[in-house]
Design a protein around this ligand. Structure first.
Ligand code: ADP
Ligand code: ASP
Ligand code: MG
Length: 419
């Protein structure tokens, strides 16, 4: 049996994702893990996602019923998934002889802004959770949801949002944070694409932010932001074993140059041509984009013969909002040609060690060139290099980069080989 998470905590938030609660047996397993933690003297708050692919199913259903479902109604619908799993886990815990109570996000005091389907947690009034813990109960909080104090409506936090629920609860309760999933931690690449990927013992907030932002869905981006902002150390680990997972905190692996290669196939690239080449044109486009709540990732601008061409990538779910934003921009800037490319994916290399090791980008581009993979867009940060390539080439690119940078090896082993 694994040790309690950390000596100095008496409360732990244990979050289990959709695949961990996909059926009745798995729900019983999760209940057992929470009870085992309770039996070691910890106060336990459980946060669970909707069962299996429930959320995908509900979204598909909404889209069958309506081409433009209202955000408020989407959140009424989607928040039910987590209520179901939460209540079921509470029942299973009761059967094991422990008292449990399930709460919706709203009942648990999770307050958010009013941005439906991508709300941000603004505050947690944890008194009800604390009172139930004081009564010796295991408290189940439905993940991925909250309530806007302004509109009094139920909100959801965006895909993968139960991770954010868990981290925010841990921050509010001064608790340890354990995020359990079908992988045993954060790996050097998605183990589904690179089976020899290596589990990282530690990873820094900055690296994890870049990894999550560029597609490593093992932790939702917003949950990592919350963890960094509130100094919550997150332990990402396996639902199905007791092995040590990955610790996300201030410190990463000092010896590692690259901590991972990530990929994202759920982005669409918009290209606007014929934009007037004058100050403020890009600002007009991105003001409109921001007003429609679109999360823009990579941006590329080119000016040829006095006319600007602007490309930017957005998550697939933001495509309708991006289209509306571009219409608004055209009203101000005049007609332009708008193209959408749905056939691109992004491959990124992330590592704090890049700061002190020049040549990483060159080696990345060479590796992809040797495979005849064409780069459509490139974006960099001090600790990341991203390339947009054809979607069908993404798995090959990820595998090739993982091999070229020898990410399956221990950093120390790498040093020894070099030395
Ligand atoms: P949950 O349903 O428990 O929230 P997710 O499906 O959101 O779990 O996240 C876990 C998945 O993330 C894994 O199954 C894995 O395929 C994927 N993944 C992508 N990149 C990585 C990575 N670098 N390390 C670990 N898992 C990753
Ligand atoms: N059920 C939600 C989703 O599928 C939230 C989560 O799993 O964290 O995105
Ligand atoms: Mg997830």
């Amino acid at each position: 049996m694994a040790a309690a998470p950390q000596q100095d905590f008496d409360t732990v938030v244990m979050k289990f994702g959709g695949s961990s609660v996909a059926d009745a047996d798995k729900i019983k397993n999760v209940a057992q893990r929470m009870v085992a933690m309770r039996e070691r003297g910890m106060r336990v708050v459980g946060t669970v996602s909707a069962m299996g692919k429930t959320t995908d199913g509900l979204i598909a259903l909404a889209n069958e019923v309506s081409a433009t479902p209202a955000g408020r109604e989407m959140d009424m619908l989607l928040s039910t998934g987590e209520r179901i799993s939460c209540a079921l886990v509470a029942m299973a815990i009761n059967d094991l002889g422990y008292e449990a109570v399930s709460l919706t996000g709203s009942q648990a005091g999770i307050e958010t802004d009013a941005a439906h389907t991508k709300a941000k947690i603004t505050n947690i009034r944890a008194d009800r959770v604390v009172a139930a813990l004081d009564e010796g109960k295991i408290v189940l909080v439905a993940g991925f949801q909250g309530v806007s104090p302004e509109t009094k409506d139920v909100t959801t936090l965006g895909r993968g949002g139960s991770d954010a629920t868990a981290v925010a609860l841990a921050a509010a309760l001064g608790a340890a944070c354990e995020i359990y999933s079908d992988v045993a931690g954060v790996y050097s690449a998605d183990p589904r694409i690179v089976p020899e990927a290596r589990k990282q013992p530690r990873i820094s907030y900055d690296e994890m932010l870049e990894m999550s932002a560029s597609g490593a869905k093992v932790l939702m981006l917003r949950s990592v932001e919350l963890a960094r902002n509130h100094g919550v150390r997150v332990h990402a680990r396996s639902t199905f074993s007791d092995e040590e997972g990955t610790w996300i905190g201030e410190e990463g692996m000092e010896d590692a140059i690259i901590s991972g290669v990530t990929h994202n196939e759920k982005e669409v690239v918009f290209t606007l041509t014929g934009i007037p080449d004058r100050p403020g044109a890009a600002a007009t486009v991105f003001d409109a984009v921001a007003k429609h709540g679109v999360n823009v990732d990579t941006i590329l601008q080119n000016v040829v013969h006095g006319v600007a061409e602007l490309s930017f990538s957005v998550p697939t779910e933001d495509v309708p909002a991006a289209r509306a934003a571009i219409e608004d921009a055209q009203a101000e800037l005049g007609e332009m040609t708008v193209e959408e490319d749905h056939d691109l994916g992004k491959v990124s290399l992330i590592g704090a060690g890049m700061r002190s090791h020049p040549g990483i980008a060159a080696k990345m581009f060479r590796t992809l060139a040797d495979l005849d993979i064409n780069l459509r867009m490139i974006a960099t940060s001090p600790i990341k290099v991203s390339c947009m390539v054809k979607k069908s080439e993404v798995p090959t690119a990820v595998q090739a980069l993982h091999a070229a940078f020898e990410l399956e090896r221990e950093p120390a082993e790498e040093e020894a080989v070099r030395g």
